[in-house]
Design a protein around this ligand. Structure first.
Ligand SMILES: Nc1nc2c(c(=O)[nH]1)N[C@H]1C(S)=C(S)[C@@H](COP(=O)(O)O)O[C@H]1N2
Ligand SMILES: [Mo]
Length: 219
């Protein structure tokens, strides 16, 4: 076979594979969207510390505090009155499952944060949950246009287990960065590792770099 024939043969092969995995022209195949070390699921597993706070819309609120010009606490009605955004994103959990095309609805984190007006010194955030959970991110990561405080998924309100009434969704990080039953966003000058981050999980949590642990596994 000539070189050209080889190239054509391998392209044909690749195209065939893409057809088999349901790829549409110009889109990544499902396989290419599953990071290394992950397996695809379709049943949206539940993962948390097992302490599920009994919070509902009348008792839910979200406080933005710390290095902000306008400390603010939003109740459910105020939250729902904000512009609503939809995001379709893949979800990757460090326990090695990935679910594609999660169809979230809620308020863009950056629209919410604009109300609090973080000061120039604010560079990092702690996300708080009603169960006492915390996780940390650079403020810039929260301002990404795919980051959502979600109240619905797949066209239905979140189940209690998945964080009802509202949870954070950060598609570019492992799922532990997405605080369920979100109660607060705290702004700091310095980074403050959260619940899992102080227990050895990686600070940055990029699934495409397999940033699972902050130190070599097994230590
Ligand atoms: N408030 C709170 N948020 C949380 C957790 C938690 O224990 N409490 N667990 C995190 C972890 S480790 C994961 S993997 C995801 C799982 O989200 P899911 O249960 O909706 O799949 O939630 C994250 N958010
Ligand atoms: Mo997790």
């Amino acid at each position: 076979m000539s070189n050209w024939q080889k190239i054509i043969a391998s392209k044909t092969n690749l195209a065939q594979k893409n057809i088999e995995t349901g790829m549409k022209p110009g889109k990544l195949s499902a396989d290419a969207r599953i990071p290394q070390g992950q397996s695809r699921v379709t049943n949206f597993p539940v993962l948390d510390m097992g302490v599920r706070p009994s919070i509902d819309t009348p008792t839910w609120s979200l406080k933005m505090f710390g290095l902000v010009a306008n400390e603010i606490t939003l109740g459910w009605k105020q939250f729902k009155a904000l512009p609503q955004t939809k995001v379709v994103a893949d979800m990757h959990c460090v326990t090695r499952w990935s679910q594609l095309d999660m169809d979230w609805e809620g308020v863009a984190a950056r629209d919410l944060i604009a109300l609090a007006k973080p000061t120039e010194a604010a560079q990092f955030v702690t996300l708080h949950g009603f169960d006492g959970y915390t996780t940390n991110l650079p403020l810039a990561a929260l301002l990404d246009d795919d980051v959502l405080i979600a109240h619905s998924v797949f066209g239905e309100p979140l189940s209690m287990e998945h964080g009802w009434p509202a949870r954070l969704v950060v598609p570019k990080r492992y799922a532990w960065k997405g605080a369920k039953w979100i109660s607060g966003i705290e702004f700091h000058e310095q980074d403050r590792p959260g619940f899992w981050e102080v227990r050895g999980y990686h600070n940055d949590a990029d699934p495409w770099k397999e940033e699972r642990f902050g130190y070599p596994e097994g230590i």
